[in-house]
Ligand binder design. Structure first.
Ligand SMILES: [Zn+2]
Length: 372
C-alpha cells in the first residue's frame, strides 16, 4: 500500500495492491484468483461554500422480468482498476480536460441554494473491465455510508427531459445507460443528456437479453448487440462515450463480461433496484425506493429515465434522499471508449436509421420555398 499526500492541490493518492478479486454473485459470489491492483485516488472536494453544479414496458423487448435473476459469470482477467475521487464540479467548466475523457462538462447553473449538489465525483479506471454494483459484483465498493450514485437506463425517451430537469433543479449529475435504438429515435434528447454534463454509457443496441442472444447466435451476435449499442449512442450523441455498460435485465453472460474486459469497459449492476418498471404510481415508487435506500444505507441506484413514473417521482425521490441525509456521488470515466468502425457502419445501414446529418431538425434541411 502506498499513501501519498500532496498538499496545495489537496490530492490524496492511495494505491492498494491486493489479491481482492473481481466478484460476481448469484446469491453467492466468486472470487477469482486474478491479482487485482486497485488504485484509489482522492482529491478534496470543492471549497466550502462553493455550491457544486450541479423502462421496461413499452416495447416487447422490455417485457422480460428484469434485474433479478442473474446468472453466474466468470471474472475477466483484470489487472488494474481505479476509482478516483475528484473535486466536485464547480460552477465553472474547469475540470479535468486531460484526465476526463468526456468533453469538459458545461457548468450547470445552480439557482437553488438548497439544492443537494454533487457531494463528490469519482473517476473510474475501466481498464480490464471492472464490475460495480453488489447485486453482481463485489470487489469495488467505493461508496461511503449514505452515499448514492444515480443511474438511469433505457433512454433517451420523451420522459428523459423531466428526469434532466429534476436533476438540474437539485444540481445533480447521474449516469445514463441509453439503448442504441432509442438513441437513433431521439438523438436530440440524448444530446440534452450530454449537454447537462451527465455521464453517458450504453445498454446494447436493442435491449436484447444477451444470455438469450448467446444461446441463439453465439458470441458474435452478442458482441454485435453490445457494439452496435456503443456505436449508436456515440453517433447520435456526437460526444465521447464513457466505457460504462449495463447488461439488459442484468443478465451477464460470462463470455460477454470477458469481452467487455478486453474492451476495457466497466459493467454496472446495481445495489438498489428501484423496480420502477413494475411500480407505476409515482408515490408508491418513491416510498418503495426510499425504504430500500434507507435499508441498504448507500449504493448505486438503478432507475429508468424511460419510465414515466420515474420521471414524475424523481423530484420527490431526490427530496426524500436529501431529507434522509443521503449524498449523491457522480461517476465519471478515466478513459474514453472508441467505437469499432464495422459496427458504426452496421448502425448507419439499419433500416429507417437516420444518417449522420439526420440529427438536424427537418426544418433546417428542408423548407418550403413555394406554395403552402
Ligand atoms: Zn434496461
Amino acid at each position: 500500500m502506498r499513501r501519498q499526500v500532496i498538499t496545495g492541490g489537496a490530492i490524496v493518492v492511495i494505491s492498494v495492491a491486493s489479491a481482492a478479486a473481481y466478484g460476481i454473485v448469484q446469491g453467492k459470489w466468486f472470487r477469482s484468483a486474478h491479482q487485482v491492483a486497485a488504485q484509489v485516488e482522492e482529491s478534496v472536494n470543492a471549497a466550502p461554500g462553493q455550491k457544486p453544479e450541479g423502462g421496461e414496458t413499452a416495447s416487447a423487448w422490455f417485457a422480460q422480468g428484469a434485474a433479478t435473476e442473474p446468472e453466474p459469470a466468470t471474472a475477466p482477467a483484470q489487472t488494474s482498476t481505479a476509482v478516483a475521487q475528484m473535486a466536485a464540479p464547480r460552477p465553472l467548466p474547469d475540470r479535468q480536460a486531460q484526465a476526463a475523457p468526456q468533453p469538459p462538462k458545461p457548468a450547470i447553473a445552480c439557482a437553488n441554494p438548497n439544492a443537494m449538489g454533487v457531494s463528490r465525483v469519482v473517476e473510474i479506471d475501466t481498464t480490464g473491465g471492472p464490475g460495480f454494483g453488489s447485486q453482481h459484483f463485489k470487489s469495488f465498493d467505493f461508496l461511503r455510508d449514505h452515499e448514492v450514485a444515480l443511474t438511469f437506463d433505457d433512454g433517451p425517451w420523451p420522459t428523459t427531459p423531466l428526469v434532466l430537469k429534476a436533476l438540474a433543479d437539485q444540481c445533480l449529475r447521474a449516469t445514463f445507460f441509453p439503448i442504441g435504438k432509442h438513441a437513433t429515435y431521439h438523438p436530440d434528447i440524448l444530446k440534452q443528456v450530454v449537454a447537462a454534463g451527465h455521464t453517458v454509457g450504453s445498454h446494447t443496441w436493442s435491449h436484447a437479453d444477451l444470455q438469450a442472444v448467446m444461446k441463439k447466435g453465439g458470441e458474435a451476435a452478442a458482441t454485435e448487440e453490445i457494439e452496435k449499442g456503443i456505436s449508436a449512442v456515440h453517433l447520435m450523441s456526437g460526444a465521447s462515450l464513457a466505457p460504462f455498460f449495463r447488461f439488459p435485465d442484468l443478465r451477464h453472460p460470462p463470455e460477454m463480461i470477458s469481452y467487455l474486459g478486453s474492451r476495457n469497459v466497466a459493467s454496472f449492476s446495481t445495489d438498489i433496484d428501484s423496480f420502477d418498471f413494475k411500480i407505476k404510481k409515482p408515490e408508491e415508487l418513491t416510498k418503495s425506493l426510499i425504504a430500500k435506500v434507507i435499508k441498504n444505507g448507500k449504493g448505486i441506484i438503478l432507475m429508468h429515465d424511460f419510465q414515466k413514473a420515474t420521471s414524475i417521482a424523481l423530484p420527490q425521490i431526490l427530496g426524500e434522499l436529501q431529507k434522509n441525509g443521503f449524498k449523491v456521488v457522480h461517476m465519471v470515466p478515466k478513459g474514453t471508449l472508441s467505437t469499432l468502425p464495422q459496427y458504426d457502419e452496421a448502425v448507419l445501414k439499419e433500416n429507417k436509421l437516420p444518417t449522420m446529418s439526420d440529427s438536424k431538425p427537418t426544418e433546417s434541411v428542408v423548407r418550403t420555398i413555394s406554395g403552402q
